[in-house]
Design a protein around this ligand. Structure first.
Ligand SMILES: [Zn+2]
Length: 157
């Protein structure tokens, strides 16, 4: 299991584009951006217009916080001091279960897993978990593997 993240060494400042997202994580909810006109979803929420229809009428979609590992990397040399005791740790790209659109578009998010490399494989289900930080306004989502699956893939040296 990876070591803990030293949140006292991170300064997270919600801004105009992310304040509502951070308010949601504080309530243990995982939001993605959603176009109010066509329903397209995306993450991170820093793009202020829909990539499909160009509407700027955008809102949020509350996901279940559940998905499948699409890909992953193992970080062995953290560049931020907050992660010094965390390494080695896995950063996964997670395909969200409830964000599939009719044309096949999926929404993927990145997250730091609670699990270590040996437990990680592409295709495994995972779900968001929420970590308190030293800042009472900031709760950070992480991800943990939540089950098994057939046809998974794991890198073997
Ligand atoms: Zn749209």
């Amino acid at each position: 299991m990876p070591g803990s993240i030293d949140y006292s060494r991170l300064r997270i400042l919600p801004d105009f584009d992310t304040a509502e997202w951070w308010a949601a994580t504080k309530q243990h909810k995982y939001f993605v951006r959603q176009c109010n006109k066509c329903g397209h979803k995306w993450f991170p929420p820093t793009i202020p217009a829909c990539a499909k229809c160009a509407s700027m009428d955008i809102g949020w979609f509350e996901t279940t916080g559940k998905g499948v590992i699409y890909s992953y990397v193992v970080v062995t040399q953290p560049i931020l001091g907050a992660f010094t005791n965390t390494a080695p740790y896995v950063v996964a790209i997670i395909e969200l279960n409830d964000c599939r659109e009719e044309d096949g578009t999926v929404t993927r998010v990145a997250g730091v897993l609670m699990n270590d490399e040996a437990e990680t494989a592409i295709g495994l289900p995972c779900e968001a978990v929420y970590e308190e930080t030293n800042d009472p306004k900031i709760v950070v989502p992480r991800w943990k593997i939540s089950g098994t699956a057939a046809n998974t893939w794991h890198f073997n040296e």
